[in-house]
Ligand binder design. Structure first.
Ligand code: FDA
Length: 300
């Protein structure tokens, strides 16, 4: 817990974040972030596709404070979509609304999303809105509802640690959802704190969305959860086309390959870009054993 809080604290440090942009990928970050350019991301995706793994790419970006930065981030998403289309890879796009101006001006954020979704639709690419901390949840779901009146190629993420997760799943019947345990530090007012309770709620909402007949992405490195989902799908005749597993680039790569070899869709979340620092610190917070990555990186 102490280490988790320490890395979450570091992840929010703006000075280090700024410095890291200039350093290039350091501290072992290269093992979980394949590169800083669109080209390097596409190379990683091609390699993963050749192993039978689907992908989603995320251009990393934090602390967007002005309109110019938000518009620049949206342009970068559009360019990434064009690159996916040009290279013909099996790949979606993941993004964060704060990067597109959610905290600056909702209308700007909506306009940015519209231009991204129009490009994605043209190329038949799905766009996933990552879920950020609780303070952005309502705004994210409201914007999703608005966008879904115009576009069907968009979905979001629901976090199992939130008490309201099951209610949100019910409201989002028919929407493609990525389901996760939840990565942020949230208060006991809104979120479960106990790991076992979070796991229990996680399985509950996965089953709920699957039984609702909705497309479900189970994003977890937890072998127990994955085994239980496979079993549940078999027992309830849920076809492999109605769900997929997702893991982060560089994590449990043997298991990623095994799942794909068993005939399930296994999608790898591939983050890229020079704003890698916050993402990397949050991964260290989640699993302090990952510090081994950083130490190995330091010794290189
Ligand atoms: P968890 O960390 O609970 O681990 C459970 C057990 O699995 C461990 O005790 C260990 O036995 C095993 N295990 C886990 N990782 C391992 C490893 N690397 N090596 C060996 N064993 C390991 N969160 C969010 O709030 N918003 C979002 O939009 C997203 N998006 C997202 C996309 C994708 C593709 C993934 C995989 C995750 C997210 N998350 C997220 C993060 C998510 O909420 C969660 O914080 C992490 O996935 C950690 O939880 P896990 O379910 O992976 O297992």
């Amino acid at each position: 817990m102490v280490l988790r809080n320490f890395f979450l604290f570091l992840s929010k440090n703006k000075t280090l974040n700024k410095g890291a942009k200039k350093w290039g990928l350091k501290l072992g970050a290269k093992q979980v972030i394949p590169g800083v350019t669109i080209e390097s991301a596409m190379d990683a995706v091609k390699q993963l596709n050749s192993q039978g793994l689907a992908c989603t790419v995320d251009h990393l970006g934090e602390f967007v404070f002005n309109r110019e930065e938000a518009i620049e981030a949206a342009d970068y998403c559009v360019r990434t979509l064009e690159a996916i289309a040009e290279t013909g890879v099996n790949c979606n796009l993941s993004l964060k609304l704060t990067q597109l101006g959610l905290d600056i001006d909702r209308n700007l954020c909506r306009d940015n999303m519209r231009s991204i979704l129009a490009t994605a639709q043209k190329h038949n690419i799905f766009v996933r809105i990552d879920m950020e901390d609780y303070s952005h949840l309502d705004a994210t779901l409201d914007l999703l509802a608005e966008l879904r009146r115009e576009y069907s190629n968009v979905g979001t993420v629901i976090q199992a640690y939130l008490y309201r997760a099951a209610r949100d799943i019910e409201d989002l019947k028919g929407v493609s959802l990525r389901l996760v345990k939840g990565a942020y530090k949230e208060s006991p007012e809104v979120a479960l704190q106990d790991k076992a309770e979070i796991d229990e709620n996680y399985l509950k909402i996965i089953k709920q969305h699957l039984l609702n007949g909705s497309y479900t992405a189970i994003a977890s490195h937890d072998h127990n959860i994955i085994a239980k989902v496979k079993q549940f799908a078999k027992e309830n005749d849920i076809p492999k086309t109605q769900f997929e597993f997702q893991m982060l680039y560089g994590f449990r790569t043997d298991m990623q390959q095994d799942i794909a070899n068993e005939g399930y869709t296994m999608r790898i979340y591939v983050p890229f870009g020079n704003d890698w620092y916050g993402y990397f610190m949050r991964r260290l917070a989640e699993r302090p054993q990952n510090v081994a990555f950083a130490l190995r990186g330091l010794l290189k």
